[in-house]
Design a binder for this molecule. Sequence first.
Ligand code: GDP
Ligand code: MG
Length: 686
Amino acid sequence: MPEIDRRRNVAFVGPHHAGKTTLVEALLAQCGAIPRRGSVGDGTTVTDHEPEDIAHAQSTTVGFAHCTCGDLDVTIVDAPGFIDFFEETKLALSGVDAAVIVLEADPARVVQTQALLAAIESRRLPHCFVVNKMDRPGADYEGTLAALQGLYGRHVVAEQWPIFAREQQNDKHSGLSGYVDLATMNAFAFGDGSDRAIAIPADIAERVQRAHAEMLEAMADFDDHLMEELLEGVEPPLDEVERDLCNECSHDQIVPVLVAAGASGAGVAALAGAIERWFPSPADAPMLDAEGRPILPDPNAPVVASVIKTSIHPQSGKLSIVRVLSGTIKADATLTDIAQGGEKVRSSGLYRLQGRKQEALTEAGPGAIVAIARLETVKTGDTLTSNGHKVLLPRVPLDEPSFAIAIKPKERIDEAKLFQMLARIVEEDPSLHLARADVTSELVLLGNGEQHVAIAVERLSRKYKVDVETSAPQIPYLETITTSTEVHSRYKHQTGGHGQFADVWLRFEPRERGSGVSFGETIVGGVVPRQFIPAVEKGVREALAHGPSGFPVTDVHVTLFDGQYHDVDSSEQSFKTAAGMGVRDALPKCRPVVLEPVARIRVTVPTAYTSTVISQLTGKRGQILGMNPADEPGSDVVEADVPQVELARYITELRTATQGLGRFHARHERYDALPGNRAVGPKAAV
Ligand SMILES: Nc1nc2c(ncn2[C@@H]2O[C@H](COP(=O)(O)OP(=O)(O)O)[C@@H](O)[C@H]2O)c(=O)[nH]1
Ligand SMILES: [Mg+2]
């Protein structure tokens, strides 16, 4: 077990496609954890190992890896970047002590790191930025840096300055060839495995000096001694600068920016050094329990561990990936699940993960991120302890789902079985939800975007060998009437022996919206005997289940006010039938309308997109209720009532219109009459 201060737990996060998985692969190769770098395109990387990652050439879930850098034991959590999987990323961040935010050298994409930064800052997690893909033509380091500073402030500082190889003929750069370390003012050329010291190229010397000065100024904000030196015009010793930088980064004050081209391994050796020097060990910044008390990382204390991820393999079973905060977990430990009411669970094995590979461990101490086998009842987000020790860790707040599909089995298996399989998929990803829809009773899977649920369905098919049909959930339309009427309905049938006879007069009146169906009677003189009246009500209610357009009828009051019966031939059944016939006769005469569900939504977007969002909602028959500044600076909240049918793919449309930055919450608000020109039937609504 490595000493706790030699451990580092680092998440690699950032926008989709920024090169995180490739960079992690390069780091693993750099540290000798793997013989050679695999590639995302070939599906050969350590951390994109799930079949869905490989099929889509992108991370669809968090991947875990580890390497030994010098005498440092580094556990890497490679998070998916695609916005649909952001909740998974948030959970992963809860288990690490620092984050590397990887982004492309493109100022326009800097805004895409905003939600991520909010999650990182909410935990005050030390972090650095890596401006990646610096080998690509047009890579704009200065622009990206300026955009980062514009968004987050000047404590985000360049710690490296890129050196480009020059083409012979013109002055265009042909690729990243090295960097200047702005703390120590040393320049390096990338080599195979290690970087070689060189002189600072003359053509960037002046710019590099300026960047060095900017870095010192930013650092001086957190360091009075440095501030004095700068005010007195004293150049601080470079080893002191390096020490201060480590200190200020590990306390989440200064956020250094580095350069890399992960695909070629350029910048990876320096990144490994940065992880060692700038990022805290688990001992440096103990995590807090739900009451804000620090949990000291003592190997001899009772175990406290938090479950940050669950993965279920149909053959080998369930793995709970935990971050140990305190104590030492043995491979056959019995632990208490505090979140599940103190249930005792027993480990069937302890593993360190290298992508899909599991290396057996005998024990794991504070700071370790390890997988525990077969804790069947344990869920992501739970807190595990030993000896009944009562500690609860804070739960990561997850966003509500914003996209839904209806699922039904294609053949063979029944729905109950499908429900169980889906429940296992949801167990692996708590940002998915499974529900039975009201009104339509469909089985509905909800997630954070079209990709999120589509990949969950792919996973379901692969793991449990079940084919399903998916569709947009049916819209739970209803019908109602807008005028009153009275009908006379007589049911008379003679077949051989005794016949059937019932005669009813029914009045139909509209009720207030949302009040449902009610039934009353004003029968006097026993023209309809008491014992048959419940049958009339039953017949009415059953017939109202399908209005003229096929939807359930609501907001109507039906009164039985007259009728006749026959001593021998009348029965409950005949009154029920007569009532049903009466309903079918009456509804078309009462100017029926289809009612559609309307949701109240709150959309949060950066102010620059507010007007786009408003016109998008107006185009969806939305009624804008208001627009106010959001809690987060620079964003607005737009509130609107929008027909549910218009929101089916809204999350995708919103993200497309807002660079992925918009998000919304919706809840059912009311039913409105469908505008006359919009025809729907039960089929058209699917
Ligand atoms: N030019 C260039 N392409 C890269 C680099 N790193 C990754 N890529 C490519 O960018 C794409 C996304 O890479 P990936 O590692 O999956 O990004 P992730 O979504 O952040 O994990 C892949 O096609 C990579 O081959 C790089 O340094 N330079
Ligand atoms: Mg990836």
